[in-house]
Design a protein around this ligand. Structure first.
Ligand code: UD1
Length: 354
């Protein structure tokens, strides 16, 4: 069996790691294509190194641009790559522009497409990611769903026959990295300059929180006014937008610093008093680490984290302040995101159905 994985943005490198290891263990040929959507070493190279993936086999180097320019550049370049490799499967991940470009290119070359993390829905049609995931699900031949909620969405859209529930590969990698971080020496990895259990860890990068200056100012003020130190791991988008609008990311309780490598991020989240984020992945990582999460969005795809009490949606300054100081949620051993063996199931399904 030959699989070509297409990735381009930070969360996809994390999901790629368990798939790559499972493919190797099963003796499956696995070709990795990096579109170049994320090109900063801190958003890209360190993930390949720390998660033991090695270098991508093909790098398209498309870089930044408007959605149309970025997606179009990927489409053009991927045609040639797929035509050369002619894999049994093209595997696409999540909801980025790299995902939809790869799915569209492959289906038109009649190469079977599998979508990992299929069936997630925010039902917010202003999010570029929502269009990317809906279009990809309807184009793909095999829908690898992480949760029962995702399976239910796909069923309602008439896609049940193409759907398989495999669990969430982010659980695989989180469990693995959490255990590695717990065993590592005190001087290994990069640590935050903040006292354990005494700070909130924050990430903000979504267009809806960063692109409008008034909204970005509101979010930054909310973080700066919290009752403990807040460490913001600043994505290039938020740094660029803050600079453009003259918004200071270091004031009051808030300090900003560059993003962390994945193992260091997990260590920093586990040692925090809470996470404040608009990232998809971090909401789930906080839940799996049993760290309370506050999500700065009006909806979430990961509804299980909210239902179980470990995640609260908050948007205004008052809502965010109330959410981070809420009482610790009730302990739970619910496992909506699988058992940490999703990637093995993905490789088994792709091998059986080629
Ligand atoms: C993308 C994904 C989003 C995912 C996120 C994770 C889409 C539509 N969005 O958003 O689903 O949650 O990645 O980070 O695909 N930039 C840099 N250096 C980089 C990458 C980007 O400076 O290495 C700057 C670019 O100039 C651009 C901005 O950051 O203006 C946004 O980059 P973009 O590729 O649009 O994606 P993200 O916002 O990161």
């Amino acid at each position: 069996v030959k699989i070509v994985s297409v990735v381009g943005a930070r969360p996809q490198f994390v999901k790629l790691a368990p798939i790559h290891h499972a493919a190797r263990a099963a003796g499956v040929e696995h070709v990795i294509v990096h579109t170049g959507q994320h090109y900063d070493p801190l958003l890209s190279d360190v993930f390949f190194e720390d998660l033991g993936i090695g270098a991508p086999d093909v790098h398209l180097g498309v870089g930044s641009g408007s959605h149309g320019v970025q997606t179009g550049a990927m489409l053009g370049a991927l045609d040639a790559v797929f035509d050369e490799h002619r894999p049994d499967w093209v595997l696409v991940y999540g909801d980025t522009n790299s995902t939809v470009a790869a799915a569209l290119s492959a289906v038109k070359l009649h190469i079977p497409v599998a979508h990992l993390e299929a069936g997630l829905r925010s039902f917010n049609r202003r999010m570029p990611e929502e269009h990317n995931r809906v279009l990809t699900d309807h184009a793909a031949d095999l829908l690898l769903a992480p949760t029962q909620v995702a399976v239910d969405h796909l069923t309602r859209e008439g896609l049940a026959e193409r759907t398989v529930l495999v669990g969430d590969v982010m659980t695989d990698v989180l469990f693995d990295v959490r255990d590695r971080v717990a065993r590592r020496a005190a001087d290994e990895g990069e640590r935050l300059d903040a006292a354990e259990g005494e700070y909130y860890l924050a990430t903000i990068h979504r267009a809806e929180n960063t692109d409008d200056p008034a909204r970005l100012r509101q979010v930054v003020e909310a973080l700066a006014g919290l009752d403990r130190p807040v460490v913001l791991l600043a994505h290039p988008r938020v740094v660029a937008k803050a600079a453009a609008h003259g918004i200071d990311l270091d004031r009051g309780s808030l300090t900003s610093r560059p993003p962390l490598a994945y193992p260091d991020l997990i260590a920093a989240a586990a040692a925090s008093a809470g996470v404040v984020t608009d990232s998809g992945g971090l909401q789930k990582e906080a839940f799996l680490l049993r760290v309370p999460c506050t999500t700065v969005r009006t909806e979430t795809e990961w509804v299980e984290t909210v239902e179980l009490g470990w995640n609260v949606l908050a948007n205004t300054r008052e809502e965010i302040a109330a959410a981070v100081t809420r009482p610790r949620p009730a302990a739970t051993d619910a496992a909506p995101y699988g058992d940490g063996h999703a990637a093995e199931r993905v490789i088994a399904v792709l091998s059986e159905r080629r």
